[in-house]
Design a protein around this ligand. Sequence first.
Ligand code: KG4
Ligand code: ZN
Length: 336
Amino acid sequence: MGEVKILAIESSCDETAAAVVADGRNVLSNIIYSQIDLHTLYGGVVPEIASRKHIEKINPVIEAALRESGYSLKDMDAIAVTYGPGLVGPLLVGVAEAKAIAFAADIPLIGVHHIHGHICANYIEHPELEPPFLSLVVSGGHTHLVMVKDHGVYEVLGRTRDDAAGEAFDKVARAIGLGYPGGPKIDEASKKGDSTAIEFPKAKVGGSDYDFSFSGLKSAVLNYINHAEMKGEDVNRYDLAASFQKAVVDVLTEHAVMAIRQFDAKDFALAGGVASNTALRAGMASACEREGVRFYCPSPVYCTDNAAMVGVAAYHEYLKGRFADYTLNAVPNLAM
Ligand code: KG4
Ligand code: ZN
């Protein structure tokens, strides 16, 4: 088999993205059109506006991805697309586009699970990484602790019961007036603050040891702000951001370490938009070092939504012959 080249599309939220990936690791192009500026006006992603922007941008983004890869559509061995989970309108734009291209170019179609994509982003810059390994996926919509047993074989150990980690970042950022998207803003603000200034409660949840909950922490932050306002006191936004961020990082790290020990993991891979958080990367890296576990994390550009990760995940589906047909549809709450 020669080199397998896959054209991949990602449009599940507010990034319109296309990439060409060879043999599941080699990214030949990775084009991302971010709609962030558009949604900042509204303080969050507006699904209908996102859908319309995807329609406008998807063709130019795909053309740019092909151009930059140095190949044309006829050189592609397959077309891959995220079909869930995500926002239904945005997902449909990508899925319809991919089906049309698969039909026109007469190449196989591959449907990719967005979270599998995030995990697979780790393969791009770490050629030595192979399953089995433990992965923590933290994004705007998801917080999953996952055992990657083999390529395409995942076991979810724990997940959030309420808000996702990124969602908590976004909501707290809004509450302290840092704007959208909150994650990067809190990350920056924390650098000027004292993470031990305020002690926020650590969320406890019943059921699985590995499940997460962030809504209590979010409420604690909001209560703290309200109390301060009622007493006419100023809130130090930097200390608050740093203390909140520390609470999130501590909980994520503790759960990960618990799983590392229980499953005797040798490799640990961080993934998802929140994986670009400086404190989380540093905290997880040193926890892994203490546990004698190899730590992996994608570069920030492969942490937040992109299509290269979709092309990587699709390669393993391609090798297994797991193709979709033209009935492929968007599945907003696609299970893991
Ligand atoms: O993976 P992603 O791009 O989209 C989803 O699949 O949800 O993740 C976006 C999330 C947002 O909530 C954003 O605030 C968060 O990732 N994020 C961060 C950072 N950069 C992005 N959170 C904390 N620190 C960051 N540096
Ligand atoms: Zn994502």
